[in-house]
Ligand binder design. Structure first.
Ligand code: FMN
Length: 348
């Protein structure tokens, strides 16, 4: 897939963004990221969104601690005040994130009431000021994740104006969720499904601003479908970002990574299971409940025989007293036993 991407996915700042796993609240916590890293050694991973206020009030450790193996790792911030975002960027600097990203795509009412997230698309000059203030605090890339527009904004002029303003402020990487956000009347979940995807709008942006690295996000579910989207365009996008598909069907994430690293054969589930078992053992000894780790793994065998039993075993039994980390290895073994020809198997 790398050959379908601009500069093989290596962006102007040197980071490989050919495959990115999207920031997802409640989902991409540190346990999830550790798991995703095993399946996709090359992907750029993202934290959940953290507001600048949370960093400054609730304490930086709580949101920023991570395992060194999670890198390359981007921290996503939310906020709308330049001083507060600048202070948050300063506070997180010692954690060594590879990139700091500003959320301009979240439509939730809670986020809107704080006047950040997607509603900021209507205020390009403000966002330019925010990223300028953030950049002044760090040498690391500051990037933006946004939609193609909001509400009745004209997605042609509105998006161009927005992107030009943040690019003038020094942002060279845009993660573009290729649909509008409708700020009134739709829940956050509906806002990920109802406004139609418009890859051609993303294409026009990437063609108009070849000096920027645009990462395509939204509705990319598997490798073949993603190839079908990218192939006819030439190498205009610098990478793809997967959200729900990576979380719900992590095996697909592994298949994406195989394609990027030109490796043959499917991801090695046995090895993933061993490493997650080892990780869970260490985490549990520090007081983390087993379920906090296994809840991210329920989709691991999606598309394989025995996926439902695997899900049940890991989902239900992880909560039972007496079960420990060995549950992970046992459940994966059970599934692999039912899929002896995994190497020849085509996963949906
Ligand atoms: C549970 C969930 C939580 C999300 N939280 C965030 C978030 O914190 N920040 C953000 O920019 N996008 C968030 N998103 C949106 C995703 O990053 C992504 O843009 C969206 O799901 C579209 O990509 P997909 O079709 O590959 O899932 C979230 C999505 C989901 C499903």
């Amino acid at each position: 897939m790398k050959n379908l991407l601009k500069n093989d996915g290596i962006c102007a700042d040197g980071l490989d963004r050919s495959l990115c796993v999207a920031p997802m609240m409640d989902w991409t916590d540190r346990h999830c990221r550790y798991f995703h890293r095993l399946l996709a050694p090359q992907a750029l991973l993202f934290t959940e969104m953290v507001t600048a206020e949370a960093i400054l009030h609730a304490g930086v450790d709580r949101f920023c601690q991570h395992d060194v193996r999670e890198h390359p790792l981007a921290l996503q911030l939310g906020g709308s005040e330049p001083d507060r975002l600048a202070a948050a960027v300063r506070a997180v600097e010692p954690f060594g994130f590879d990139e700091i990203n500003l959320n301009v795509g979240c439509p939730s009412p809670r986020v809107q009431s704080g006047r950040f997230g997607a509603c900021l698309m209507a205020e390009p000059e403000l966002v330019a000021g925010l990223v300028g203030a953030m950049r002044a605090q760090t040498e690391r890339p500051v990037t933006v994740k946004c939609r193609i527009g909001i509400d009745d904004m004209d997605p042609e002029t509105g998006l161009d104006r927005f992107v030009d303003a943040v690019a003038d402020a020094g942002v060279h990487v845009i993660y573009l969720h290729a649909r509008k956000a409708w700020l009134n009347g739709l829940s956050p979940k509906e806002n990920r499904e109802v406004p139609p995807l418009d890859y051609s709008r993303a294409e026009r942006l990437a063609r108009r601003r070849p000096d920027l690295d645009i990462i395509l996000n939204g509705g990319l579910t598997n490798r073949d479908m993603t190839k079908a989207v990218l192939q006819p365009l030439g190498q205009i996008f610098a990478g793809v970002m997967l959200g729900r598909a990576a979380y719900r069907t992590p095996y697909q994430l592994g298949l994406f990574n195989q394609l990027l690293s030109q490796k043959k054969g499917p991801p090695d589930l046995q090895e993933v299971a061993w490493k997650m078992t080892d990780y869970a053992e260490k985490q549990i000894k520090t007081g983390v409940p087993l379920q906090a780790i296994t809840r991210h793994m329920l989709g691991l065998c999606a598309g394989l025989k025995g996926a439902r039993a695997f899900r049940r075993e890991l989902g239900e039994q992880a909560r039972m007293p007496g079960n420990d980390w060995t549950l992970i290895e046992k459940a994966v073994k059970g599934c692999l036993h039912m899929n002896k020809n995994l190497n020849e198997k085509k996963v949906a």
